[in-house]
Ligand binder design. Sequence first.
Ligand SMILES: [Zn+2]
Length: 82
Amino acid sequence: MERYPKPVAVGRPADAYCAECDSPMTGDEAALNYKLTDRKTTHILCPACLGKKLELPPHTLQEMIILFRKQRCRMFSPWVEK
Ligand SMILES: [Zn+2]
């Protein structure tokens, strides 16, 4: 299985673990599951597994996370311009 290469956000513990491959993920990555599948799902997948299920490449999922953060969706951490 393809491993998702991005480490969990530096200095932050993982917020969730993938239900299929047990990879750690950030809260934003977990929130994407609620956005793209079911708001009440407990089957949280890492971007690699979620992307496989939805047939989307991981970088597309990352772009979606950034988009939702920029839209100030409450499920995601707020976007901060550098
Ligand atoms: Zn996974």
